[in-house]
Write a protein that binds this ligand. Structure first.
Ligand SMILES: C[S@@+](CC[C@H](N)C(=O)[O-])C[C@H]1O[C@@H](n2cnc3c(N)ncnc32)[C@H](O)[C@@H]1O
Length: 387
């Protein structure tokens, strides 16, 4: 998923630093987990991972990609007669087989992925489009009229609506387990993001149709780390409140916001799809971009005055052996302050920092609001032993 600060492209950097520090396994907290990219890496490397973020859409990804430890089998969907009827058609079977072939899974002897691909084919191909919340408030016709929010084509918006309603019904009727629900909802969030008519963030929509937005929505199986036997846990909310109750950790991984943009205002559309719009809690929208109430999701870490006290508070509150922090050279916490905090709250002699230079994330390059010196950004990893 396109996300500011998404560490997918930095995973090898993080992995090699973990190796250098000889950090393998134990209990880890990915405190600002966002898309869960780092949490998945940690789980795949044998850590029992706790994940945390203030955003609801991130909680959906946490449950799907980190907490779930096997591909969903959907026994309850045997009760959905419409889906069962669709499965009888040769066309349905061809679609499922071609997806499994794409995953290299058709003749591998691992039948696990098939039920997930069947559910995705059904949601992708067999639901009638529905005009509901996303179509009414976040879609525009091919030649948009004034006031329409051009986040999605009407066709894609109606498919998002239809799929989101069906997931809600399946969950309410007890036809899917919580993990199955979150896995399907993750597939929808990722698919919707890939056809959103934005430059990467939802603070604005693009005023002409981009090529990705004119492509049909397509659900894909999320990247789930399966078969580890590890009992991982997901958390939604402020990490400082969480750590007090979490107990001992071997590793605290931190990837806080690095600028003053509040994530809640930049990702309100995925947030809406994640939370839904079902009575009695109908969301109220405001402004040109249809913002939702985010008063509970404002982060101190995205404020110049609050970010350093927040870091100090977290380091004081947590019971962890090792701390690793990702940050970059444009962050609002100066490098000297990170070093001061790490040396003050940790074992000063163990403090280290490493760095790598990368090509900038596209949504940042495109920003009108900020002037950057170049197309590259230096990513840092800070380490200290706390206890
Ligand atoms: C730089 S991003 C993390 C990106 C993530 N590592 C990834 O690879 O996708 C920062 C994240 O911190 C979250 N966040 C901000 N304030 C928070 C807080 N007080 N507690 C927990 N999460 C917070 C934001 O919602 C955002 O997802």
């Amino acid at each position: 998923m396109r996300y500011i600060g998404n560490k997918t492209k930095l995973l090898s950097f993080i992995a090699s630093y973990l190796d250098e520090l000889e950090l393998h396994g134990g209990r880890a907290l990915d405190a600002f987990t966002g898309t869960t990219a780092v949490a998945r890496l940690l789980k795949a490397r044998g850590f029992t991972v706790d994940t945390c973020d203030i955003m609801s859409f991130s909680y959906v990804l946490q449950r799907a990609c980190v907490v779930a430890d096997e591909y969903p089998q959907f026994p309850g969907l045997a009760e959905d007669s419409d889906l069962q009827a669709a499965k009888l058609s040769p066309h349905f079977r061809t679609l499922v087989e071609s997806r499994l072939r794409g995953q290299g899974d058709l003749f591998s002897g691992i039948p696990d992925l098939q039920p997930l691909e069947e559910a995705l084919v059904y949601l992708d191909t067999y639901l009638d489009p529905l005009s509901s919340f996303i179509d009414r408030h976040f879609a525009a016709s091919e030649s948009p009229v004034d006031g329409q929010r051009m986040y999605f084509s009407r066709r894609n918006a109606q498919r998002i609506d239809a799929i989101r309603h069906r997931l809600h019904d399946w969950r309410s009727d007890g036809l899917v387990t919580e993990e199955e629900f979150y896995i399907l909802l993750t597939a929808l969030l990722e698919a919707a993001d890939s056809v959103a008519n934005t430059a990467g963030v939802y603070a604005a929509f693009v005023k002409t149709w981009q090529s990705n937005a004119t492509r049909p929505l397509r659900l894909n199986a999320p990247d789930i780390v399966v078969g580890t036997g590890l009992q991982c846990s997901a958390h939604r909310g402020d990490v400082v409140e969480l750590v007090a109750d979490l107990g001992r950790l071997d590793l605290l991984y931190l990837d806080p916001p690095y600028n003053t943009r509040q994530y809640s205002a930049y990702y309100h559309v995925p947030e809406l799809i994640a939370e839904g719009w079902f009575a009695p809690e109908l969301p109220t929208l405001r402004g040109k971009t249809g913002l939702i109430d985010d008063s509970q999701k404002k982060s101190e870490w995205s404020t110049r005055a609050g970010c350093i006290p927040a870091l100090e508070q977290l380091l004081r509150a947590v019971d962890a052996t090792h701390v690793l922090l990702s940050y970059n050279n444009e962050g609002i916490i100066p490098d000297t302050e990170i070093e001061r905090c790490f040396r003050q709250y940790g074992v000063s002699s163990t403090y280290r920092r490493t760095e790598r230079t990368y090509k900038r994330y596209r949504a940042d390059r495109d920003s009108d609001a900020r002037q950057y010196s170049g197309d590259h950004v230096t990513e840092f990893l800070y380490y200290v032993r706390l206890r």
